[in-house]
Design a protein around this ligand. Structure first.
Ligand code: PEP
Ligand code: MG
Length: 546
């Protein structure tokens, strides 16, 4: 049986499926108990077991996640919560229902408070599910503990589940939901996990069934035959003909900088070893993720210093905190928003909490002064010249030497000339640019067909930015997932892009593809793609001519 989705990367994986349990059903309100004492003992025992399990997970996770998971463990022993569970059981509720309602009321309270307390509501819901699973004797939600390598099948992954993935065990990942630019896909790419996302029909695959994932083709074959496995190996070998590690160049010698996207300083060395000429996107959210308050200037400076020291003499482009919408952060709470993707996020959230931005810029400038990397700093989700002016002036006043912006909102591309009159450089975030141009949530499988940076509408916006870069003589790069697609990378270069930043695992394939085209040919391919009517049409036109 052959199923189709969207592949992440070009790898192939074979292994037995392990299904991630779906969220639990709500405990039945109508079931009642008359034996309150034994029902309460059951509840206490389950709460204690979950507390111990979470404490183990916290120790295993380490880093920022440790504090968050530890706080979850503490919730199970909260005296007010235990009292609430007891009184609900005494009023006739089952242990499952009492636990469900007691946690639910904590959740409602946190949500009604808005701001940072509201962001903890999701942690509370997770603990509640764990305790109910324990009471029912079923597997808790989250990535299962299995002692053999497996292909994980999940509806979608929460960031906390994704962070727990053990790449030694997970051979591949299939998700029913999610598009190619969802954070699950980005994480899979950065961890080098072979993934096919948005495979709606995968719900019927049995636990333990052998599957063959081909990310290059975006397919999942259930119970593959030996011939199918052999053919997939041939495909993999054919994809592996890479040019030696070195700077990115076109066939005519034009240099195209190939940079790496990373999410922590620890990833920098490996990225440079894999041939990255520098870091094109350092996502700083990990410093803030799970924190109840912003890290201090000194704490941040130490992290940035470590990164810059690892990249001596090389370019490092740091993105200031990108909070909101798909990256909610506790202490930058903006209250409940009906439509957070269109809410106070990115530069808007930083502007509303300027002290957080000032501290980050101060720490970056101080770390820059102590080291020898070529540090560039950019703000996320900038809409126009006004926001560009605000960020660039503030950054310069705090000692940042090269200040730029990310073009992820279509207005930024439409105003490219003005933006590049102020910013030292622009980096295009094609993940969000695609989401906002096509009005398609990047996390939603149902609209994954629209989440395609090959769409000529997206390419036209990239061209506006590329042209403005050429006219102003200022660099315009791409750091969204589009840069990791070898053929699209060539088209982007033809649109005026001078650097491409991607997960290190994609560097080889992109470097190899660039070497096969002159700048003139890349421009011709770009013209052809711009004239297409759909993403599929653009792909087809380019593949015919290359
Ligand atoms: C993007 O939107 O393309 C981008 C690089 O930023 P992120 O994926 O972190 O939103
Ligand atoms: Mg973005």
């Amino acid at each position: 049986m052959l199923l189709r989705g969207t592949g992440v990367g070009r790898g192939i994986a074979i292994g037995p499926v392990v299904r991630m349990p779906d969220p639990l059903s709500e405990p039945d309100e109508k079931r009642r108990t008359t034996d309150a004492d034994s029902e309460y003992s059951r509840a206490r025992a389950a709460l204690t077991t979950v507390a111990a399990d979470l404490a183990d997970r916290a120790a295993l996770a380490g880093g920022e996640a440790e504090g968050v998971i530890h706080a979850q463990a503490m919730m199970t022993q909260d005296p007010a919560l235990l009292d609430d569970v007891r009184s609900r059981i005494e009023a006739g509720s089952t242990a499952e229902r009492a636990v469900f309602e007691a946690f639910h009321s904590v959740r409602q309270l946190l949500l009604s408070m808005g701001g940072s307390p509201a962001d903890r509501a999701v942690d509370v819901a997770d603990v509640s599910q764990r305790v109910i699973a324990q009471l029912r004797g079923v597997a808790p939600p989250g990535v299962p503990n299995v002692d053999h390598p497996f292909v994980l099948l999940a509806s979608d992954l929460a960031p906390s589940d994704a962070a727990m993935l053990d790449i030694g065990q997970v051979l591949g990942l299939i998700t029913l939901g999610g598009g190619p630019t969802s954070h699950t896909a980005i994480l899979a790419r950065s961890k080098g996990i072979v993934a096919v996302v948005g495979v709606a029909d995968a719900a019927g695959i049995d636990d333990g069934a052998t599957v063959l994932l081909d990310a290059g083709d975006g397919t999942v074959t259930v119970a593959p035959t030996p011939e199918e496995i052999a053919a997939s190996r041939e495909r993999l070998l054919a994809r592996r003909v890479a040019v030696p590690v070195g700077p990115g160049t076109l066939a005519d010698g034009t240099g195209i900088e190939l940079l790496a996207n990373i999410g922590s300083p620890d990833e920098a060395e490996a990225a440079l070893r894999q041939g990255a000429e520098g870091i094109g996107l350092f996502r700083t959210e990990f410093l803030f993720f799970g924190a109840r308050t912003a890290p201090t200037v000194a704490e941040q400076q130490a992290v940035y210093r470590r990164l810059f020291a690892a990249c001596e003499g090389k370019r490092v482009v740091v993105r200031t905190l990108d909070a909101g919408s798909d990256k909610p952060l506790a202490f930058l709470g903006t209250g409940v928003e009906e439509n957070p993707a269109l809410g106070v996020r990115g530069i808007r959230a930083l502007r509303a909490h300027e002290s957080v931005l000032r501290d980050q810029l101060t720490a970056l400038a101080a770390a820059d002064a102590e080291t020898d990397a070529d540090v560039w700093v950019m703000a996320p989700m900038v809409a126009d010249a006004d926001e560009t002016g605000y960020f660039v002036a503030l950054a310069r006043s705090l000692g940042i030497r090269v200040a730029g912006v990310m073009a992820e909102v279509p207005s930024c591309a439409l105003m490219a000339g003005q933006v590049l009159g102020i910013a030292d450089f622009v980096s295009i975030g094609t993940n969000d640019l695609t989401q906002y141009t096509l009005a398609a949530d990047r996390r939603l499988a149902a609209v994954a067909g629209y989440s395609d940076p090959w769409h000529p509408a997206v390419l036209r916006l990239v061209k506006m930015l590329g042209d403005a870069g050429t006219q102003s003589g200022r660099p315009v790069g791409v750091c969204g997932e589009a840069a990791a697609d070898p053929m699209l990378a060539v088209v982007l270069v033809g649109l005026g892009i001078s650097s491409l930043s991607m997960a290190p695992s994609a560097l080889d394939a992109v470097r190899t593809q660039l070497r096969q085209h002159t700048l003139e040919h890349a421009r011709a391919l770009a013209v052809s793609a711009l004239g297409a009517s759909t993403a599929a049409d653009a792909r087809a036109r380019v593949s015919e001519q290359s």
